[in-house]
Design a protein around this ligand. Structure first.
Ligand code: IMP
Ligand code: MG
Length: 176
């Protein structure tokens, strides 16, 4: 594995994104909805950089069934807060093909929020298959499979403090 972003670089990028978010909402109450599981580390760091009134909820979207190949998407929003007439900011780890966020937005919009915006840690180059503009992005990265800072490969490596790109020899059994 090779390091793509160090812990310090990640922190700086999240701080920068938090400033943009705070400036945009300018103390309007915000409902942040983290997309589990990949957003957990970003969510924890981001909300502590936001000095404004906010509520935090989560929903779960799972698409990666095996290895690095996308499977069918399932969304579980049973744990989510009431978002009716709220400004909602969806927080996810990575904007890859974009199908996950498009479907999550569709689901959340049915609950009649005032607005829905999106924030992601990473946007992967040349992968998007949907027509969606992300509102807040911390980093653009090359088209590589990355792990750490919440992102996994077969449910491993979410706990790495830095962001690493997998190399061909890493794409094997992880002993999980
Ligand atoms: P999308 O629907 O293709 O945009 O994929 C979104 C989800 O796939 C993300 O929320 C991640 O959970 C997962 N994913 C996409 N690319 C990567 C990666 O490079 N590493 C780990 N997970 C990824
Ligand atoms: Mg995810």
């Amino acid at each position: 594995m090779k390091t793509l972003l160090t812990e310090d670089e990640l922190q700086a990028g999240v701080d920068r994104m938090a400033s943009e978010i705070a400036a945009w909402y300018s103390h309007r109450p915000l409902t942040i909805v983290g997309v589990l599981t990949g957003s957990i580390v970003l969510l924890a760091d981001l909300i502590r950089q936001l000095d404004m009134p906010l509520r935090v909820g989560v929903l779960q979207a799972s698409s990666y069934r095996e290895g690095t190949t996308r499977g069918a998407l399932t969304i579980n929003s049973e744990m989510m807060l009431d978002v009716r007439e709220r400004d909602v900011l969806l927080v996810d780890d990575i904007f890859d093909t974009g199908h996950t966020l498009v479907e999550v937005i569709r689901e959340v919009e049915q609950l009649e929020p005032t607005s829905v915006r999106t924030a992601v840690l990473l946007r992967k180059a040349g992968r998007q298959e949907v027509d969606l503009d992300i509102d807040f992005i911390a980093f653009d990265i090359p088209n590589e499979f990355v792990v750490g800072y919440g992102l996994d490969y077969e449910d491993q490596y979410r706990n790495l403090r830095h962001l690493a790109a997998l190399e061909p020899e890493d794409l094997t059994e992880t002993g999980s």
